[in-house]
Design a protein around this ligand. Structure first.
Ligand code: SAH
Length: 221
């Protein structure tokens, strides 16, 4: 774990966060590292001020530009799967959004690369995460379906927006035995899947039904 200033921030919400953790346990999240990091991380800083009081509810919330911060269960589940499937050190997140998932990831792996196509969201998340004190997250404004080839290969890739099929560039950028975790399918019929590099090919494993915003092409101002 890297040193940062999370501990002192937002302690007023400690009890609310404890309730969120209890609910996550009830929903089946069992990884203590993930639970402890989500307990410590002030999620209310990652939503608009007007919604701060709802930040710990079990729901996705709007963050502007038609996008949402994923609900706590989704963040916890993806983080838990990430740790369950291997011992990743360098990972790529596609869809920085609010920056909350990146904040959780940065406390459970060594280095996080995160990419976002929406300029305002990308700038906002970068400033927030830097202000909090994270030093192990690198940011890039790009269409994430192209990945981040200069920094590849990655031990794992977390895709936080849904594609119909796994983008070929992302699969290319997985290291040997690397894996991609993310939603695949149509808007009303998505599955959270793990796609793992195995020899010359890939093996796909379906985890559970999911509901994410779609992966969109190109950049947006
Ligand atoms: N991980 C985010 C979840 C954000 S929702 C969080 O913790 O808040 C998904 C995000 O993916 C949105 O911000 C959306 O703008 C972004 N996105 C959609 N298509 C993308 C693409 N092709 N490349 C990069 N980001 C994309």
């Amino acid at each position: 774990m890297t040193s940062h200033r999370l501990d002192g921030i937002g302690m007023t919400s400690r009890r609310t966060r404890e309730r969120m953790i209890a609910q996550l346990r009830e929903s089946g999240i069992a990884d203590e590292r993930v639970l402890s990091v989500m307990h410590l991380t002030p999620r209310h800083l990652f939503v608009e001020e007007a919604l701060a009081s709802r930040a710990y509810e079990h729901t996705a919330l709007p963050i502007g530009y038609g996008q949402t911060i994923s609900r706590p269960y989704t963040v916890a589940r993806m983080s838990e799967l990430l740790l369950r499937e291997g011992s990743p050190e360098r990972i790529l997140e596609v869809g920085t959004g609010s920056g909350y998932q990146a904040a959780i990831l940065a406390q459970i792996v060594s280095v996080v690369y995160t990419v976002e196509r929406q300029m305002v969201l990308a700038k906002h998340a970068r400033k927030l995460l830097c202000d909090i004190g994270f030093t192990n997250i690198s940011f890039r404004l790009t269409d994430g379906s192209w990945g981040w080839s200069e920094e590849a290969p990655f031990d794992a890739i977390l895709m936080t927006a849904a594609a119909t099929t796994p983008p070929a560039s992302l699969l290319d950028q997985l290291g040997s035995n690397g894996y991609l975790i993310g939603p695949l399918g149509q808007p009303d019929d998505q599955q959270l899947v793990i796609v793992r590099r195995k020899g010359a090919g890939f093996v796909r494993h379906i985890v559970e039904p999911a509901r994410f915003v779609p992966l969109r092409p190109g950049l947006e101002n």
